[in-house]
Write a protein that binds this ligand. Sequence first.
Ligand code: NAP
Ligand code: G3H
Length: 488
Amino acid sequence: MFQNICGDHQTYCNLLDGNWVKPTSGDYIEIFSPVDGSLVGKVPAMSREDVDRAIANARENLKNWAETPIYERASIFYRAADLLESHAEEIAHILTMEIAKDKKSAVYEVQRTADFLRYTADAGKGIAGEAINGDNFPGGSKTKVSYVSRVPLGTVLAISPFNYPINLSVTKVAPALIGGNTVLLKPATQGSISALYLARVMQEAGLPRGVLNTITGLGSVIGDYVVTHPGVNFINFTGSTEVGKHISKLSAMVPLMLELGGKDAAIVLPDADLDFAADNIVSGAYAYSGQRCTAVKRILTQDSVADQLVPKLLSRIAKLQVGDPRDNAVIVPLINTKAADFVMSLIDDAVAKGATVLTGGTRNGNLIQPALIDHVTTDMRLAWEEPFGPVLPILRVKDMQDAIDIANRSEYGLQSSVFTKNIHDAFFVASQLEVGTVQINGKTERGPDHFPFLGVKASGMGTQGVKYAIEAMTRPKAVVFNLDANSQ
Ligand code: NAP
Ligand code: G3H
C-alpha cells in the first residue's frame, strides 16, 4: 500500500496537504521490531518548522471541511473501512512486527478500526441541534428562541500510545473528523508506521487534502512544542499518566481529553463462580503481555477464596502460549528493554518484601514469563504501580469492604471487576468503586467501542466512546431569535 510513495520501501513520509512529504531536516528515526530486532522502517523526525507547516495547513482547511456535508464525510469513512478490511493482513503484519502484537489480535485491531469508522459515520449522521423556547425559564418569553447547533472546535491534536497504534488513533481521528474538525495525528514513535497506514487508508478513501496531517517524531523532542502550539484547539491524548499530567500542566485554556494509566482490580467475592472468574482474570490480565490500560492488574480477595482460586489461575496460566507474536503467542516480548526492566523491578521489590512468586517472573531478553504473585501487601510497589507487563498480584483482603477500600486507595480509577452471584453485593460494590466503569462478572475491557470509556482520578478526564467523543470534540453554537424585535 505504501510502495513507491516515499521512494525506499522502508522509509515513510508524513501526510501533509494530501502529499507524503519528507522531513525538512532529512532526519529519520529507525523503528526496530521488538519481535526480532529487525528494522521495520524509518519515520521522519519532524522539526518545529515541519510541525508549523502541518498545523497551518490543517487550519487552512478547516472551513472547507466544516462545510462539507456530514453524509459526504461519512461516505469517506465507509470507503476507509472497506479498504482497511481489504488490506487487513498487510496492516496486521506491520502491527505485529512494530509492536509485537500477536497476529490474531492485530487482525482484530484492524477489523475493530473498520467497525469503529462505520459506526462513527452512522453516529455522525445523527448529530442534531435543538431549539429552546425562552419561556421555559422564569421571566423568559415565547418570543425568544435559542437555536442550538453543534459546530467543530477547530484543529484537534490526536496523540496515541504504542499499544493500539491504529485503533487508538482512529478513536480520536474519526469522531473529530465527523464532527467537522481537522486533525493532526501524532502517534507513538513505536507504532507510528502502523498509524501512518491508517492515514494512508483515509487518504485513499478520499479524505480531502489537509484535513488529516500526521506528525512523527519523539514526544520528548517535539511533544511540548506541539501541545503548546497556538494552532491547536483540542488535545485528545491516550498514554501514560506521567505524560498526561505533563500535558495538562502545559496546555493553558485548551480543552483536553486524557485517557491514562490504570490499576484495574478484580474483586472476587466468596460466592463467585471461580472457574468463570479465573477464565476472565487470566485473559484480562495477560493478553498482549498485559500491555493494555484495561488489563486486570490486581486481584483482591479473601484467604478462603484465594486458596481455591490460585490453582485455577495457575492451570490456565500454564496454557498461555509464550514467545513469538507471529505464531500467535499471548505472552510476547515487551515493547522495549526499559519496560521489561520496570516490570522486573516491581517483581524484585515484591519478592524482597516477602511476596510469593507462584509462577513465572523470569526473563529472557524482553520476554517475561507470565507471573502470578501471591501475598502481595500494601507496602509493595506492585500493589499500586501499573506494570504494563505480564505480572498479576494477589492481595488477600479481610472482607468485601476491605477490598473496596484497597481498590479505592489506588491513585488510578479506570475500571474494576466484581465477581459474585449476588446481585445486591454486585451493585453495592459497583456503587462504591471510584472508577469510570465497573464490570460485573466480566473482565475489565474498553469495548464495545460505543460504550462510554473513561478514567477518573489519575486515569484521565473526558469520555471516549463514539457518541461521547463526537460530543467532546464539537460544541454548541447558540443563535437566539428575538421574534418581537421588529415590533419594538
Ligand atoms: P506514553 O509514553 O505516555 O506515550 C503516549 C504518547 O505520548 C506517545 O505518542 C508519545 O510519543 C507521546 N508523548 C511523549 N511525551 C510527550 C510530550 N511531552 N508531549 C506530547 N506527547 C508526548 O505512553 P505509551 O508508553 O505509549 O502507552 C502506555 C501507557 O498508556 C500506559 O500507562 C497505559 O495505561 C496508557 N494507556 C491508556 C489508555 C486509556 O485509554 N486509558 C489506553 C492505552 C494506553 P513518543 O512515542 O514519541 O514518546
Ligand atoms: O490500552 C488501553 C486500551 O484502551 C484497552 O483496550 O480493553 O480493548 O484492550 P482493550
